[in-house]
Write a protein that binds this ligand. Sequence first.
Ligand SMILES: C[S@@+](CC[C@H](N)C(=O)[O-])C[C@H]1O[C@@H](n2cnc3c(N)ncnc32)[C@H](O)[C@@H]1O
Length: 465
Amino acid sequence: MSLTETQQRAWQSLCCAINQAAMGSVVDALEHNGVWHALRAADGPIPLAVLAERHHTHAGLLACVGRWFEVLGWGGVSAEGLELTTPNTITAAQGRSALNALVALARLAEQGAVQRLAAGCGITEQIWRQVLQQLAPLGWVTESTKGFALNQTGRAGMPMAAQSIYVAGYAPLLSGLRDVFAIHAHRKPGFDASGDEWHVERAADIAFSAVVYETHCHNAVCELVMEAMHIAPNRPQAIVDTGAGNGALLLGLHSAFVKAGHTPPRLVAVEPSAPARRLCQTRLDPIGGLVLPGDINHPEAIALALKEHDIEMQDCLHVSKSVMHNRAVLGQPDELDDAVVHSSCAVHLNQAFEQLTAGQMGADLVAAFQRWLPWVQRHGWVMLEPHAIDPVLLGKNLDSHPLLATDITHTLSGQHLVEQAFHRRCAELAGLSTVSIKDLQQDLLGVPLMSADLMIGAMVSGSKI
Ligand SMILES: C[S@@+](CC[C@H](N)C(=O)[O-])C[C@H]1O[C@@H](n2cnc3c(N)ncnc32)[C@H](O)[C@@H]1O
């Protein structure tokens, strides 16, 4: 669908605000710890280790900062160190007001006000006037004697408002970056013992993921799942979605089975996040779905939890979307020697924000896939994953996509995006054979942002359960 000029203007200002909110927060953290001043005063690159030691920050995060500088055309990182080559950057203040604007916009989207606002409903404008005022940094409102009201760009932008929910979900992280960058603050993103997280509004994050699922992934998932239903002579005992979020994928599958006139198999959501489990339980209750705690890194523990409900893990069809890169990197992985993995352009970090080689990240991913091998030999595994994008491509037309912000939030919340070829190669090296693959979301940059793969665990002699 081609956009009108006004819609294009609205989309660009939205993408620009999203990238500003993320990068402006990084600039704020670097100003706070002194790295920004040191880079401004230097007339060449400063070694990462020197910057990290002097300013009590993580060298690994500075390597990522260098990559974001490259994307933005602000300088970059080389063997000599980190360099900032331009005085014209996003400021910390711009980042803060962009983030406020996006949080306000997300509120409008979550409260269901955007359709009426897009249609120019005066009463809705009046109700939301104070929130609309915060959209000023987007250029979507105009001030009159009556206060702030949406202008033409703002009205055209309202149907795109859901895009803000992703960054608004990461507002706690972006507002807390000074501590994330500070080596002694020990404030790492992650789950606490009760399954809560400080760094992300999980309900917002999974609501956004569900929109992506419904818009870009549902058809592919249905096709792959229907194909998987015919891999084995018997039906799977259940479909298990690990990292199920708010259950959108399972609900979508349930409707697809019913629509096709088939009885859906039992549906099971596995989730480490306590708020996600609560939400999922409410949504899956009407269709008899089961919700269990679990971690994609520990499939054997998921198997035990399923067994308590008389479900055999190896008799299930497994699915997961946007979860593998959420796993924690375990320990100090050995180096994997593989040409595809070594060609990675991404900066790889472990949970402590220490830099890993591509080979080490590859070894961790292969091991994570291998732990699943025994459980996906009968009915397979439908896996959807977003991917790291080539920084050169990311830097082109920066105001036409929000993917710099996606990269920043993933990295700073300890998620490990890898390139599509890297991901598929690691699955193959782990012993997973591909039955069917699909490339998704190619419209934004001309390359797939996500892959949807139906894989099956190869039978290694003696490995079948
Ligand atoms: C981006 S959301 C995707 C949600 C859902 N699959 C979807 O696509 O709509 C990532 C989900 O993975 C969950 N998650 C995070 N770390 C995980 C882990 N180690 N194992 C399983 N799930 C995890 C999060 O709680 C969250 O619900």
